[in-house]
Design a protein around this ligand. Structure first.
Ligand SMILES: *[C@@H]1O[C@H](CO)[C@@H](O)[C@H](O)[C@H]1NC(C)=O
Ligand SMILES: *[C@@H]1O[C@H](CO)[C@@H](O)[C@H](O)[C@H]1NC(C)=O
Ligand SMILES: *[C@@H]1O[C@H](CO)[C@@H](O)[C@H](O)[C@H]1NC(C)=O
Ligand SMILES: *[C@@H]1O[C@H](CO)[C@@H](O)[C@H](O)[C@H]1NC(C)=O
Ligand SMILES: *[C@@H]1O[C@H](CO)[C@@H](O)[C@H](O)[C@H]1NC(C)=O
Ligand SMILES: *[C@@H]1O[C@H](CO)[C@@H](O)[C@H](O)[C@H]1NC(C)=O
Ligand SMILES: *[C@@H]1O[C@H](CO)[C@@H](O)[C@H](O)[C@H]1NC(C)=O
Ligand SMILES: *[C@@H]1O[C@H](CO)[C@@H](O)[C@H](O)[C@H]1NC(C)=O
Ligand SMILES: *[C@@H]1O[C@H](CO)[C@@H](O)[C@H](O)[C@H]1NC(C)=O
Ligand SMILES: *[C@@H]1O[C@H](CO)[C@@H](O)[C@H](O)[C@H]1NC(C)=O
Ligand SMILES: *[C@@H]1O[C@H](CO)[C@@H](O)[C@H](O)[C@H]1NC(C)=O
Ligand SMILES: *[C@@H]1O[C@H](CO)[C@@H](O)[C@H](O)[C@H]1NC(C)=O
Length: 714
């Protein structure tokens, strides 16, 4: 118990001490300042003097105070702090006395900003006591200065500065001659002024020249008059962003042999002429961004053997087709042909072509590319056989395009690719043919978030792969920005939560069965209809035959057999059917040992035809009638038919075997024939398929005994 108490007290004491030390560390000695030990900094405002600050402070920022005169005495309260950085912002300073910086021996950085009432001459005078050995960075920004005293930096002769900035003033002329005394200025910034023209005669020590947001309309001349000699031999970076440059010519970038980085963003250039960068033999990085007026790129515009990085972003340039679009003009196969060292190309926010041929032509020369950025370039189609050419390609940005799908060969064999970004496209399905597995294994960073994922079985491969592999570890924005877009009921569900099972996604669904059954049924019905239409006669004949056989099986006794007749059948036919009767009918029936009587052959010569008929019909067991259109037309046949009707009445319908040799047209149909056909079953002659059936039905019908019950078919 006591031990616990003791421990508890110790704990409280320890924390108290901690809080106290922290307080004294962090707390400034006045409420008008805020201090940070971490940054060794004090920031003071709304004061009329410089207060004492904690001893750790070496960075003093004075903002919105009222300190009209700055002299050595002003710094008395911080004289022991060995200040390294001093910043005046909006303190209504009017004058710096000559001794102002006398005791600030450690000062490395000085910033004077928003001091619009300051007498510049007095500031210049105070420079004589600045420790110029130490001084590294000087900012004179936003003071409303329109010009500088001619001898502003006369005290700095043979000294070095890391950075000198006159940003956010209203300088129209900048007499750079006054900087010629410095032995070196690494970075000179005159950004956001009103420079129209720059005389670079004093810039021979500058490495980095920043001229952002001025009114410069022409690339300044960097050559001394005795042609060829550079005024800026050390210049390696030139930033001309947001000026009024309209034209770049062959001689624009003369005398910049050491320039490595050139920034031309946000100018008003319409045409990139041939060979403008050709003279920049050390140029590595070129920025041509946000130039909405750019409409023409001449074939050798980018000719530059040293160029490694090109940023051509947000120009809304249409690479669609050089010839079709009159507004934009460039030559796809020449575009990058003359800058073979390019390693990084960024074409974000332009209009890339969707013609794979042109696409390939543009990038074909860039076999050394390591990074290609094609964000938001309206790409729908990814060309094949392109990225394989870039054997060092490590990073590929395809974010924010309109890609839905692509051929599996697009990403094949990309052994160097480590970072692939395809977020914000229209990708619906990732499956085994989307990315080769070796690629997925070698990627270090992969983003396909914010696509239009389908949560259907098509996605099963991907969701399974996500679970079975380590891919989600390198997947950016997983799982938050991977959501279903389809179907409606799963909209905005996390892809991670979509877990289709094998059963859900078995390729055989009941719907398929239903569809197949319906299709097969329709097919069968169609086939049957066709068959019925074509084989109507066969079916009839079959039924006819079936009945004949069935009745026989039932065991009817032959009461009145054919044996008591001389002929089995008497054939009635009209002359036009004679050939068929003689060649076909007769042949078949006689082959079956049936004795047939036909008038051409068997009638007695010299006797009257009517007597003959009566005689031979009487001698025949059955009468076979061969009907056809001609039959109905012939009066003689009609008469013969009437004669046999008599026999039908006596012996019943089995006495007649009716054969429809050819279909009788309705116009030739007589009443007597119709009633005969209606009451007597008949056979139809069918040539080819079903012919055997027809013959066997006839034979059976001829042999069939009488006195059977009536058979009623039509
Ligand atoms: C030093 O600070 C005190 C308050 O802490 C202030 O009254 C005094 O004026 C300051 N001295 C100078 C020279 O600013
Ligand atoms: C400058 O300081 C004064 C008060 O000292 C303040 O009213 C004014 O808003 C400040 N201006 C800026 C730009 O901060
Ligand atoms: C300031 O520098 C002097 C001499 O170099 C040194 O004696 C003193 O301790 C330093 N002060 C602080 C607060 O570091
Ligand atoms: C500015 O300061 C210089 C020297 O300190 C002085 O000669 C000049 O009169 C001042 N100008 C104004 C307008 O106060
Ligand atoms: C600057 O240095 C050069 C040579 O290094 C020397 O001749 C010249 O006198 C120096 N100027 C000043 C003002 O120290
Ligand atoms: C620029 O300054 C130099 C001295 O630093 C001077 O000789 C020259 O006349 C000035 N040029 C202009 C245009 O003011
Ligand atoms: C640039 O300044 C130098 C020195 O001040 C001068 O000789 C030269 O004529 C100026 N050049 C132009 C183009 O004004
Ligand atoms: C041609 O360029 C214009 C200008 O922006 C564009 O609106 C148009 O769609 C382009 N036409 C073709 C065929 O690419
Ligand atoms: C690729 O770069 C190497 C050196 O980095 C260079 O030798 C080669 O010529 C370049 N390839 C092309 C096609 O220029
Ligand atoms: C990938 O490499 C294999 C083997 O070298 C080759 O057969 C295949 O055509 C290559 N695919 C592509 C798209 O280049
Ligand atoms: C992969 O998905 C695409 C559509 O996104 C489809 O065309 C292709 O057939 C699928 N491949 C396989 C193997 O399922
Ligand atoms: C996932 O990574 C671990 C180690 O990082 C490794 O042992 C394991 O084999 C990997 N699994 C798969 C499926 O790649």
């Amino acid at each position: 118990m006591d031990f616990l108490k003791l421990y508890f007290l110790c704990f409280i004491w320890y924390n108290y001490v901690q809080i106290q030390t922290e307080k004294s560390d962090e707390q400034c000695l006045t409420k008008f300042c805020s201090c940070s030990r971490k940054h060794s900094r004090a920031r003071c405002n709304r004061l009329m003097y410089i207060p004492r600050v904690p001893s750790y402070v070496v960075v003093l920022e004075l903002e919105n105070n009222f300190l009209s005169h700055i002299s050595m005495g002003t710094f008395r309260n911080v004289s022991n702090n060995n200040l390294t950085s001093l910043s005046f912002v909006n303190n209504s300073i009017e004058v710096f006395t000559a001794d102002a910086f006398k005791e600030l021996n450690y000062l490395r950085q000085l910033k004077i900003s928003h001091e619009t009432e300051l007498n510049i001459s007095s500031l210049k005078m105070s420079f004589q006591n600045v420790n110029k050995q130490r001084m590294q960075k000087m900012y004179f920004v936003n003071n409303g200065w329109t010009m500088l005293p001619l001898d502003f930096f006369s005290d700095f002769i043979n000294y070095t500065l890391e950075k000198l900035s006159f940003g956010d003033n209203i300088l129209r002329n900048f007499n750079s001659s006054q900087l010629s005394g410095f032995s070196e200025i690494h970075t000179l910034s005159v950004e956001r002024n009103e420079l129209v023209f720059l005389n670079s005669s004093g810039l021979h020590t500058i490495h980095n020249l920043v001229l952002i947001s001025n009114n410069i309309f022409e690339i300044p001349n960097f050559c001394s008059d005795e042609a060829g000699q550079s005024l800026v031999p050390k210049l390696s970076r030139l930033d001309l962003k947001d000026n009024a440059i309209r034209k770049l010519g062959l001689s624009s970038f003369k005398c910049l042999e050491n320039l490595r980085e050139l920034i031309l963003d946000e100018n008003r250039i319409l045409v990139l002429e041939n060979d403008i960068f050709y003279r920049l033999t050390n140029l590595k990085t070129l920025f041509i961004n946000r130039m909405p007026h750019l409409s023409t790129i001449k074939p050798t515009a980018f000719r530059c053997s040293s160029l490694e990085v090109l940023k051509f972003v947000q120009n809304e340039f249409h690479f669609e087709s050089s010839k079709k679009n009159k507004t934009f003009s460039y030559d796809p196969s020449e575009l990058f042909k003359h800058s073979p060292s390019l390693k990084k190309v960024d074409l974000t926010r332009n209009h890339m072509t969707n013609d794979p041929g042109i696409f390939r032509k543009i990038f074909y020369p860039l076999s050394n590319l390591t990074e290609l950025n094609l964000q938001a370039t309206y790409i729908r189609i990814l060309p094949e056989r392109l990225f394989q050419r870039m054997s060092f390609l490590k990073t590929l940005h395809l974010k924010g395009n309109r890609i839905t799908t692509w051929n599996r060969r697009v990403f094949e064999n990309l052994t160097s690719l480590r970072n692939l970004y395809m977020d914000g496209n229209y990708i619906r399905v990732i499956n085994e043919s989307s990315f080769p597995i070796p690629l997925l294994r070698s990627l270090e960073s992969f983003d396909i978030s914010q696509n239009k994922f389908w949560c259907t079985c098509a996605q099963k491969w991907f969701v399974d792969y996500l679970r079975s592999s380590n891919i989600s570890k390198i997947l950016k924005n997983w799982p938050k920005f991977y959501r279903c877009d389809y179907p409606e009921d799963k909209k905005d569900v996390l892809l991670m939560k979509y877990k289709p099972t094998d059963a859900d996604c078995s390729t055989w669904s009941p719907i398929f069965t239903v569809i197949i059954v319906i299709v097969v049924s329709i097919f069968l019905v169609t086939v049957m209809l066709i068959l019925m239409f074509n084989c109507q006669a066969n079916i009839r004949n079959l039924i006819y035959l079936f009945r004949v056989i069935k009745q026989k099986r039932k065991g009817y006794i032959i009461l009145n057999s054919s044996a008591s007749f001389e002929y089995d059948a008497f054939v009635i036919y009209c002359d036009s059917d004679r050939q068929w009767v003689h060649l076909e009918l007769l042949k078949h029936l006689e082959e079956m040992d049936l004795k047939v009587c036909i008038h051409h052959r068997d009638f007695d010569v010299g006797e009257h035809i009517i007597d003959n008929i009566t005689k031979y019909v009487g001698k025949s067991w059955k009468v076979v009638v061969v009907m056809s259109n001609n039959f109905t037309k012939s009066e003689w046949c009609q008469w013969e038919l009437d004669l046999v009707q008599e026999r039908r009445r006596r012996h019943g319908k089995d006495a007649l075997v009716l054969i429809m040799h050819s279909q009788i047209d309705s116009s030739h149909m007589t009443n007597s024939i119709r009633s005969l056909l209606d009451t007597t079953p008949h056979l139809r002659y069918q040539k080819g398929l079903g012919e055997d059936l027809f013959w066997s039905a006839i034979t059976k019908a001829v042999r069939k005994p009488f006195k059977d019950p009536p058979t009623a078919i039509l």
